[in-house]
Design a binder for this molecule. Sequence first.
Ligand SMILES: C[S@@+](CC[C@H](N)C(=O)[O-])C[C@H]1O[C@@H](n2cnc3c(N)ncnc32)[C@H](O)[C@@H]1O
Length: 227
Amino acid sequence: MAVTWDPGGDEASKAERYDAWFDTPWGRYAWALESDLVGERLGPGADRLVLDVGCGTGQSAAVARALGARVVGLDPDPSMLAAARRHRRVDAPVLAVGERLPFRDRAVDATIAVTVLEFVDDPAAVIAEMARVTRSPGTVVVGVLNPRSAWGLWHRRELRGPPWTDARFLTGAALTRLAAPHGTVTVDETLHAPGMLPGLARWGPGAERMARRARVPGAFRVVTIER
Ligand SMILES: C[S@@+](CC[C@H](N)C(=O)[O-])C[C@H]1O[C@@H](n2cnc3c(N)ncnc32)[C@H](O)[C@@H]1O
């Protein structure tokens, strides 16, 4: 199984370089919106068991933990998983791929995968596996990047280089087709700004709310499956 997520550079500092993005002005702005939407779709509910597929350094797992869930973090990259454990963002780390989840059917209350389907060999298999291990009622939340957005257009050159070289960007329609056999599907989008602009932290949130209501394409798309 090829693990295609690779930000370049040496293996030792990969997790640190990944986490550094979250401390940039754009990273703070974008992640606030992305994590809000993931949390909103995951919904409240303390003591739920959540599986984070492709947890990386645990940034998405931390969203579920903030809602009171216990989180199993799964990733095929040992250095990313080690960082998730070191930062105590996951309760239990599991080294595996999303296409073959080492869990029995209906083992967890919810599953999430944030910016992961872009890098897997078989997105359909990952979604099917996430649905299989999620109880009914339960929730599957998949977050992906949308290059057909203001952000995608502004960054189209960067999106051809690492870590995006081998990335696959699924359209909303393609994702809905993969998700539909597994439950009731909704699609939401956020992050409408093209990138860090002067004063964005101040006026951005209001503009985001208006753009979301007007259904302007956002850079971050979340597909939710209610089981
Ligand atoms: C961009 S990171 C996202 C990490 C985390 N979900 C977040 O939101 O910060 C993508 C992660 O997907 C993982 N990954 C790559 N191929 C995978 C696969 N087949 N199954 C599960 N995870 C995979 C990578 O190792 C990497 O940690």
